[in-house]
Design a protein around this ligand. Structure first.
Ligand SMILES: *Cc1c(COP(=O)(O)O)cnc(C)c1O
Length: 355
């Protein structure tokens, strides 16, 4: 028998979440964000399940080409645009949509000799201060792009810094809506949090990612309450059991000390698989559906769980590290991170199964 740790990808959950995202679009078209190998779920597994979406967005042009190579003719947006002129040529031939987020990218685009014009998403910095053209340069860039033979269509785009937080989106959205109105342009604004909180009614294209994978983008709001289902379940089994006396310690650094007699399970799965080493004692783990607690330090290949209260637990008993019955957000919060990081860090050595 193989090592029992598997990442199970639930295609029906992906389809369900895609439909849930669609119902929030209110007329906007939807680019499913499948960057970072579909948030760690595997591009080749995820794309066929997302057949209800209008397109995809990725970072690397190789991912865009991979999707096209499957015979998929939907729109594909390169979220950071192209990085050199060879990529620009390929984008033109294969008809990928491009973000232009810097004046340098726009210069390269306008100067190129392309076989076919491209759809451009002009990314404006409205306050995130990550990628995007400064507000003061937008007018000039619009004029440049509009007069270029290499440009077919322009959509104005921005990214929200606090869509899930207190400041919300209007402090940024108002700025770009004004430009769009003045120049009669359509918009692409929303990530998952913004789509859920505010809907996509003012947009031509929305760009949700995390919600497609069934995790909640909003702190304190459960995925279940948003009608989202976890697409990945990290499953394992108990592979060892130890009986502790009061005062015995567990794992590296002896960070956990038993306060009474305890039975603990050793579970296949550790930071070498992508389970966070930062997860402290108390992080939830499901043992045969029963909530239990991680104890001691996470090792590279194993972690320990208290099973004192689960009499029937034995070697071979099934464990869920996150997913079905245990939202990845909960584990992430306990480990001081976010679901996005846990999902994208599942290691290559973990077997993936479709269900
Ligand atoms: C990653 C990303 C998204 C998707 O964000 P989620 O929070 O996963 O919905 C949308 N737009 C851009 C520009 C991104 O980089």
């Amino acid at each position: 028998m193989a090592r029992p740790l598997t990442a199970e990808i639930n295609l029906n959950a992906l389809k369900h979440n895609a439909a849930a995202a669609k119902t929030r679009c209110l007329g906007a078209r939807l680019f499913g964000v499948v960057k970072a190998d579909a948030y760690g779920h595997g591009l080749q597994r995820v794309i066929p399940a997302l057949n209800g979406l209008d397109g995809f967005s990725v970072i690397e042009i190789e991912s865009a080409s991979f999707i096209r190579d499957q015979g998929d003719l939907r729109r594909i947006l390169l979220l950071e645009g192209v990085f050199d002129s060879a990529e620009l040529q390929e984008a033109s031939v294969r008809q990928f949509d491009l973000v232009v987020h810097a004046v340098e990218q726009s210069r390269m685009l306008v100067a190129a000799k392309l076989s076919k014009p491209l759809n451009i998403f002009l990314k404006v910095n409205t306050g995130m201060n990550r990628l995007g053209i400064s507000l003061g340069l937008v007018e000039e860039q619009l004029a440049t792009l509009r007069s270029s033979r290499n440009v077919r269509d322009i959509v104005l785009m921005t990214h929200f810094a606090d869509a899930d937080g207190e400041s919300g989106v209007s402090w940024q959205a108002d700025l770009i809506k004004e430009i769009a109105k003045k120049h009669n342009l359509s918009l692409s604004l929303s990530n998952s949090a913004s789509l859920i909180r505010f809907g996509g009614e003012n947009e031509a294209w929305v760009r949700p990612g995390i919600m497609l994978y069934g995790a909640s983008p909003i702190n304190g709001v459960s995925a279940e309450s948003l009608n989202l289902k976890p697409a990945m379940t990290l499953r394992s089994e108990i592979i060892g059991i130890q009986n502790l006396e009061k005062g015995d310690t567990v794992g590296y650094g002896r960070t956990y000390r038993a306060t009474e007699r305890q039975r603990i399970a050793i579970v296949a799965g550790g930071y070498g698989d992508g389970y966070p080493r930062s997860a402290p004692t108390g992080t939830p783990v499901l043992v045969d559906g029963v909530r239990s607690k991680l104890i001691g330090r996470v090792s590279m290949d194993t972690l320990q769980v208290d099973i004192t209260h689960i009499d029937h637990a034995k070697i071979g008993t099934r464990v869920v590290l996150w997913g079905d019955g245990l939202p990845v957000e909960e584990v992430a919060t306990s480990a001081g991170t976010i679901s996005y990081e846990l999902l994208t860090r599942v290691n290559r050595r973990v077997r993936f199964n479709l269900c």
